[in-house]
Write a protein of this length. Sequence first.
Length: 259
Amino acid sequence: MASDRVRIAYQVRGDGPPLVLLAGQANDHHWWDGVRNDFAGSRSTVTIDYRGTGQSDKPNLPYSIARFADDVVAVLDALSLERVDVYGTSMGGRVAQRLAIGHSRRVRALVLGCTSAGGRHAVDRGDSVRRDLFQPDPVKARQALLELMYSPAWLATHSGPCHVLGDRSMPVHARRGHLVASDEHDAWDALPGIAAPTLVLHGTDDLLAPAANASLLAARIPGSRLEWIQGARHAYFEECRDIAGPLVLEFLDQKVPRT
């Protein structure tokens, strides 16, 4: 139960030190279905259904990245988890930033994937990408999103199911709320205050969250490490799971001393 009495659904799988996995905009925990088992050997993974998605409540109230971060803290409290590692991708990376900024004692280590700082310092995806995504033909809009997520080679050999195209059960007000929340995110001024060891991951061919944002994030967060996934688009974590998953685990398990 969040502080405003909204019920937040969460899922816990596996054994080991806790790793919180945060999904992209307008998605629930199924965003991680394609790769969650990659962490099962050494981690217990915690996912949530953002308010407005999945089994969580879907209030017709203002949505914000800070509110999503507070919801994650409510889940940590419910699980009696004092300090966790956090891996956020896309909008989940924005939520992860807010966690590390506003709830620093709860975040041991941070992984930010295919995301940006937001605000006027972020590199925008451009009008052509927006036109493709918001065109009136839903079939063409879905295909445009698929092509932003995955390379042509991947799409030619993988027929689905696809877990990263959004939660179709969302009501219109919640979908709009997620869009507004993500668009209003601006952590630029606060990023230098992130104390958690941070890994920034990004596909070199990402147009949905242009790759230049990764360099900006890494330069802004003290001591952070930047890794590129060559040739990958927005869903690098799934298409290039054999590279991305080990990078994340190596960073969390070897580069960051446990306390």
